[in-house]
Design a protein around this ligand. Structure first.
Ligand code: THU
Length: 127
């Protein structure tokens, strides 16, 4: 699947964001090594610390479906150009990267940018 199609799905997912507190909507869409696709959006809570990021929502769906290796993830927010994953999500993405790594795709001014997770999280923690 093309990166642009993955981004289109991330944009769609951001429309389902439940973010009444921050008003910062985020959508994510990932593709696994086996070619399966999963989307997610952020969802917040009146107990703020319980917020789940869009990326980890999408990753959770992939894991629940038996997938383990993510090839690429597109992330989108209507509120910010090039919405990069937070530190916690970088570590979770690192856990499930594929053999060939994992590309993080962001968008700004209708241009896609591709950054490997190894660049966004150098020396990521692994056991
Ligand atoms: N958020 C994400 O969904 N992904 C990120 O990588 C950064 C932050 C969400 C969490 C919260 O609902 C809102 O953006 C503001 O922090």
């Amino acid at each position: 699947m093309e990166y642009q199609e993955l981004m289109n799905r991330a944009i769609e997912a951001s429309k389902n964001s439940y973010s009444p507190y921050s008003k910062f909507a985020v959508g994510a869409c990932l593709i696994t090594e086996t070619g399966k696709i999963y989307s997610g959006c952020n969802f917040e809570n009146s107990s703020f610390g319980l917020t789940i990021c869009a990326e980890r929502n999408a990753i959770g769906s992939a894991i629940a479906d038996g997938e383990r290796r993510i090839k690429s993830i597109a992330i989108y927010s209507p509120n910010q150009k090039h919405c990069y994953p937070c530190g916690a999500c970088r570590q979770v993405l690192n856990e499930f990267k594929s053999e060939s790594g994992l590309d993080v795709i962001t968008e700004g001014d209708n241009e896609l940018e591709v950054a490997p997770i190894s660049f966004l999280l150098p020396e990521g923690f692994n056991l």
